[in-house]
Design a protein around this ligand. Structure first.
Ligand code: SF4
Length: 483
């Protein structure tokens, strides 16, 4: 258990700016800063000024990597940015994105990726057999090396070749010295949208919050299988590979995306509030005194639960916002401090009360169990736990870092057994029907594999055994995730 970071972690956020004549690097910084929640281990920006590409990247938060001194030198008219939490490829500087590559015709490009490829190991092995050398342990380099080694005339054709060869989830931004290119996988599993800056320049980003922060207006989502090419001549919209279907990750709605972001035309905050309404209908707690969230992601659902059940909403715990992986290396002493590192109970809200605690998910159950105990220790007489999502039973292979399946408590125990394990008086999960009703989008438009085991993109056995193994020849470093 690592209490310094959430139990389910998004892997990356990406952004791309096309703004000749403006400080594109600085705009990329602002939009990347808005995507900080999608990855906190490293950050990077690549800028192009029409003749060359420059990359600055390092381990740390966006504001740690990009000091004013660095920002003032970034410049550029086109930029891409990336913020990362790693699972495919270990957390070392060599794996930090954007990564740079050169095509056979000496055309330089930089590339940043959100998602996970399910056939990266296979493609990499094929390419290594052809003599292609890899420098990093991440699957992003597989995409870059296909493009770099393609004999296609144009980079757009080379990228199309890559899209035809790779399988999995990807939202990718690519920078050449004079173009910004964005692509999305055939199922649109990871989010990617386009916006306009001042009506004349462009931004692409994982979430609309990255548009809002620089005053850009949302245009539309990049479609599954689509390639967007932006250069001085304008925007080209190319259906590079056939769209399979829309299968956006449903956890973007439940948990990952920022509440002020919009997906499928609705704000996440509103959808999460309605999840609280549905949860209150499905699992009411008639005699409770207060409803409180585990902040921040449980907050809109707790507000919704309180509204629908007419039980007062209160703050039951205060979150320490500064607990962070970058600051706290997970070691035994920190783990022993437990959930109190992250949450402090508000005794005046809890003492002598029957309380409803709303959370977005239970992964291993240990954190929830510790939280319930803390709430009881603070004087609550009954603790009723309500989860604004269905039970999380299957691992993710598409860019989310989850526990291995044998650690997922809902894969092993019934709801009643989980209730007993976490020490709650009652436990209720939102149903998939309630969840999609709250979002207002048909369940067929989502990937929901970690909830129902139906993976939209088949997972090869190799990926199932070990999510990804690349041995880094330089360091012997193995990037591996067992499931
Ligand atoms: Fe999202 Fe779950 Fe699908 Fe992974 S398996 S993309 S977390 S819905």
């Amino acid at each position: 258990m690592n209490l310094a970071v959430p139990e389910i972690k998004e892997e990356c956020g990406v952004t791309g700016i096309f703004a000749p004549g403006e400080e594109a690097g600085r705009l990329a910084f602002f939009s990347l800063f808005a995507l900080q929640h999608r990855g906190q281990e490293s950050a990077g920006i690549a800028v192009a000024d029409g003749s060359k590409i420059t990359v600055h990247k390092d381990m740390g938060l966006v504001t740690q990597v990009f000091t004013e001194d660095v920002l003032s030198k970034l410049g550029g008219g086109i930029a891409i940015g990336h913020t990362r939490y790693s699972t495919t490829g270990s957390s070392i500087l060599r794996n930090v994105q954007p990564i740079e590559c050169t095509r056979k015709n000496n055309e330089c490009f930089a590339l940043a990726h959100n998602g996970d490829l399910v056939n990266a190991a296979e493609v990499r092995a094929e390419m290594e057999a052809e003599g292609v050398e890899f420098e990093t342990t991440n699957d992003t380099e597989v995409i870059a090396k296909i493009i770099a080694n393609s004999s296609a005339e144009t980079i757009e054709e080379a990228i199309t070749e890559a899209m035809q060869r790779i399988k999995g989830a990807y939202a990718v931004v690519i920078l050449t010295k004079d173009k910004l290119i964005a692509i999305r996988d055939a199922f649109g599993i990871r989010p990617l949208c386009i916006g306009k800056i001042n009506g004349e320049h462009y931004i692409v980003a994982s979430e609309t919050c990255a548009l809002n922060v620089i005053g850009a207006s949302f245009t539309r989502a990049v479609e599954p299988g689509e390639m967007i090419v932006i250069d001085e001549s304008g925007v080209k919209e190319i259906q590079a590979i056939p769209m399979e279907r829309h299968a956006l990750c449903i956890f973007e709605f439940i948990y990952f995306a920022r509440p002020d972001s919009m997906m499928y035309g609705r704000t996440l905050h509103e959808a999460r509030r309605r999840m609280g309404h549905e949860l209150a209908r499905e699992h009411p707690v008639p005699n409770a005194h207060i409803v409180f969230p585990i902040p921040d992601t449980g907050t809109p659902a707790a507000i919704g639960f309180a509204e629908a059940s007419r039980i007062p909403y209160a703050e039951g715990v205060i979150k320490n916002r500064y607990i962070h992986r970058t600051f706290i290396q997970p070691n035994q002493r920190m783990r022993d401090l437990g959930v109190r590192m992250k949450l402090t109970p508000l005794k005046e809200s809890l003492a002598g009360r029957r309380v409803v605690m709303v959370e977005d998910s239970i992964v291993r159950g240990t954190t929830t169990g510790q939280t319930v105990k803390m709430i009881r220790d603070a004087g609550a007489v009954e603790v009723h736990v309500r989860i604004a999502a269905p039970p999380y039973k299957w691992p993710c292979f598409y860019g989310i870092d989850t526990a291995s399946q044998n650690e997922l408590i809902a894969a092993k125990l019934s709801v009643e057994e989980i209730r007993d394990y976490i020490g709650a008086d009652s436990l209720g999960y939102l149903s998939i029907q309630g969840l999609t009703r709250a979002i207002g989008v048909k369940k067929e438009n989502f990937c929901r594999a970690c909830l129902d085991g139906k993976y939209p993109i088949p997972i090869p056995d190799a990926a199932k055994l070990q999510k990804f193994i690349f041995e880094d020849k330089k360091s012997g470093d193995k990037a591996k995730k067992d499931i």
